[in-house]
Design a protein around this ligand. Structure first.
Ligand SMILES: [Cu+2]
Length: 483
């Protein structure tokens, strides 16, 4: 019952977000009587039964406190092991919550034996988890200050170690984390290469794991190339020979590697670059084919490494270079699979179950929800020609890339730079591990919105702005007064 109500409220909330985005985009065009963002927010709050995050209202749409416990065997005993957040790796961790917080606990089976999880003081119990990887969630309002117990109710399990303490009161709600931005600026890229003969060059990349801002009030532990998403935009010329060095920062917890789709050779580099924390590996490749290519980490689970942010683009310019444009932008689409539902505040954790089921909570341009909208929009001027290098890191979803209010004058379909471009295209599909190059001229000022036209994803953070400055162009776009 709770679950259904939250989901409904969440849906209303996120639809309101989408409407607000589109309404804002109208505002620059002076559209009268537009939908007021405040009104839609109010509607969403009413649907949620109060202000979001107010734990005394009894109707928050998301939990105030979330924990995940795994089942395991430690020192011959059966135990619960903390997964993620402040309890990561702790045996039978003490779970803390403020009084009256809405607490959500997920139990994940990690040892293959049958278990459950019971909070005695609240009579709250998960379903049985039967096989390795299965999970179940229970939630309750922590109304009673003080200590109580949690344990597994299967016969004998509590006695051999599966119990711990819930401490209510004395804890404060986690405040919105002040995590740094991991959004790569869409103009952070090298300019066109001079026409030149092939040469040898060296590229240095570093794998960096860091906590970054995923959305307003929410952070996530990203794995990146160079501390931002996507990784650095690499730009080489066909015929070049590249010596690529990959370092893995000493503070990393994971091995990382790189597979560049521009490389000819087994694994695209991945067989030569499995780098442990603190290490460095290098390999050399000949750049044979022009195009715009995705690169990504290729360390198992590859889908996990990609979804955590390890992808980027490498442009291989044809011999004669590319046609001149006024501005170039670098945009990539990805998915983030968090345990907590879209919109939850606090430090969000990865869900392998959602990844394997291809059920992301967030869709992102350049790593974060609305990262290219509110945070780092694309900017240009009327009369200019722009080019967007657009890639999909994914790992799973094909993008129907579209710019609301524009038509692509040229699409280099599937990022082929040696085929003639398509002309006058509204929406182009880009596969995971694929890319495109689009060009268009800007004829009217205002705010254009980059989207995947599978527009449900806009409700999950996938939108970017292209803000075009310049004088009004009434011959192109103008309101007609109605008498
Ligand atoms: Cu990796």
């Amino acid at each position: 019952m709770h679950t259904i109500r939250w989901r409904h409220a969440l849906a209303v909330m996120s639809i309101a977000t989408g409407l607000a985005l589109i309404a804002e985009s109208c505002s620059e065009e002076n559209v009268p009587e537009r939908l007021a963002p405040q009104a839609t927010q109010q509607a969403a709050q009413q649907a949620a039964g109060g202000s979001a995050g107010d734990m005394h209202s009894g109707s928050s749409y998301a939990a105030d406190v979330t924990y995940t416990l795994g089942t395991n065997i430690s020192g011959g005993k059966l135990v619960f092991i903390g997964v993620g957040s402040s309890i990561d790796g702790l045996v039978n961790p003490t779970l803390k919550a403020p009084v009256d917080a809405l607490v959500q606990i997920t139990l994940v089976n990690q040892d293959g034996a049958e278990h459950d999880l019971f909070f005695e003081a609240y009579n709250a119990k998960t379903d049985h988890v039967l096989v390795n990887g299965s999970s179940s969630t229970t939630s309750f309002r922590a109304s009673k200050a003080g200590e109580s117990v949690y344990f597994c109710t299967l016969p004998g399990h509590r006695a051999v170690g599966m119990e711990g303490t819930l401490l209510v009161g004395g804890a404060t709600l986690p405040s919105a984390p002040a995590a740094p931005s991991i959004v790569r600026d869409p103009t952070d890229m090298p300019g066109p290469l001079a026409v030149r003969a092939p040469q040898s060059l060296r590229v240095d990349l570093e794998a960096v794991e860091l906590e970054g801002r995923l959305a307003d009030g929410a952070s996530y532990t990203y794995w990146t190339f160079g501390g931002a998403v996507p990784g650095p935009f690499l730009r080489v010329r066909v015929g070049d020979t590249v010596e690529l060095h990959l370092k893995n920062r000493a503070t990393s917890k994971m091995i990382h590697s790189i597979d560049l789709h521009a490389v000819t050779g087994p694994g695209g580099g991945a067989t030569l670059t499995q780098v442990p924390p603190g290490g460095e590996k290098a390999f050399t490749f000949k750049v044979i084919n022009p195009g715009v290519y995705v690169y990504h980490c290729a360390t198992p689970s590859v889908a996990h490494h990609i979804s955590n942010g390890m992808y980027g683009l490498i442009l291989v310019e044809p011999e004669a270079g590319l046609p001149k444009v006024d501005r170039e932008f670098y945009v990539m689409q990805g998915e983030v699979y968090t345990q907590q539902p879209y919109g939850t505040k606090g430090k969000l954790e990865f869900s392998v179950e959602k990844l394997l089921n291809e059920r992301p909570e967030y869709f992102v341009f350049n790593g974060a929800a609305l990262g290219l909208a509110t945070e780092r929009p694309l900017r240009a001027k009327v009369g200019e020609t722009v080019r967007i290098y657009f890639g999909v890191g994914g790992p799973n979803f094909t993008s129907s890339f579209h710019v609301i209010g524009e038509i692509f004058d040229r699409v280099y379909a599937e990022a082929s730079l040696t085929s003639p471009p398509l002309t006058n295209v509204q929406t182009t599909t880009v596969a995971p591990g694929g890319a495109t190059m689009v060009e268009f001229k800007l004829e009217a000022p205002g705010r254009y919105i980059l989207v995947d036209h599978a527009l449900s994803r806009l409700e999950r953070g996938l939108a970017g702005y292209l803000i075009v400055e310049g004088d009004p162009s009434p011959s192109v776009y103008v309101e007609t007064p109605v008498k």
